[in-house]
Design a protein around this ligand. Sequence first.
Ligand code: BTN
Length: 325
Amino acid sequence: MTIDAQILKALRDNNGGVSGADLSGQLGISRAAVWARINDLRSLDYEIEASPHLGYRLISAPDALHADDLISRLGEARVIGRDIRVFRETPSTNDLIGKFARDGVKEGIVVFAESQSKGRGRLGREWISPARKGLWFSILLRPDLRPQEATQLTVVSATALRRAIEGQTGLKVEIKWPNDILIRGKKVAGILTELYAELDRINYVILGVGVNVNLIPLDFPPDLRKIATSLRTELGKGLSRSELAVHILRELEQDYSRLRAGDFSALADEWEQHCTTIGHEITIRSGQRQIGGVAESLGEDGALLLRTEHGHLERIMGGDVSLDD
Ligand code: BTN
C-alpha cells in the first residue's frame, strides 16, 4: 500500500482521530512528511481536521475515484483490486486493461476511468460514460477455465454486481441474461466480457463493468431513456461512487474465489433466482440467427438452456434477448 493509502486507512480505522506521532511511527516517516501527505490529500478534496488533542480526523472524502483510497478501503489479501489505477479519461478501460494483459501483468488489476470517449457495450453498441457520473472499469482475469466455460465468469460477475448494487441501495435488482442488470425493467449496469484464448485454454479475460450511478435522464440519448436508468433516478438521490465501487470489488472477489474453488453451482442457483429471463418466452438474436422458446435454466457452463418451439433443448452462449410474454 502507498503511504497515502496507509494514511487514509488509519484515518478511517480511527474515527476519533489519530495523532501525527502515531502516524509517523506506523508509517516510518517523519511528522513533517505526514503533514505534507495530509496537505496533499486535502488538495484532493479530503476534508481532514487537525487538532492538538484528537490529532488528524477524516471529516469527508471527495466523490472522485482515487486509487489509494479504494485500495485502503479494500484491505489486504485479495486478487481483485490488488492493483488499482484511475484515469481521468480514456477511450475504453477494456483497451487499457488489454495493454496490461499483453505486458504480462498478474490477474486482478482494476482500471477505472472517470469518463470514456469510446465506451463499448455488448454486440458492438456504444456505452455512454459521462465524467464522474458512473463507474466505468475493467478487470484483468487469468482464470483456469476452458474457453467453453468462460460464460461462467459472466454469470459470476452478474451475480456479484447485482448483489452489491442491491446491498448498497436496498432496491430490487434483477439480471437479464446474460449480464444486464435491471431495476424496474430498465438497464442500470452491464458487463462486457472479452476473451483471449487458444483452442483449449484461456489466456486472459477482460471484464468490463459499467454502472449508471449518478446520471440524470438527460445524460442518456433520447432513444435510451425508455430502456436505461441510473441509481440516482431510481433512489431519488445521489450515491457515493467510491463506496459502491468498494462493495462491487469485494463481492466480485468473493464470488471469483468461490468460482476458483469449484463452487459455480451455488452461484448459478443465485443467478437463476434473480434472473428475469428464466421461465419466460423469449427471442434471442445472434447475428443473422433468431431463435424463440422458453428460457428453462442455466447450464453448468453458464449457457442458457432454451426449450425451442419444436421441443429441443438448445444451449445458447450469447446474443440479444427480448421477452415475448
Ligand atoms: C453492455 O451491457 O453492453 C456492457 C457494457 C459494458 C460497459 C463497460 S464500461 C467499462 C468497460 N469499458 C468499456 O468500453 N466497456 C465496459
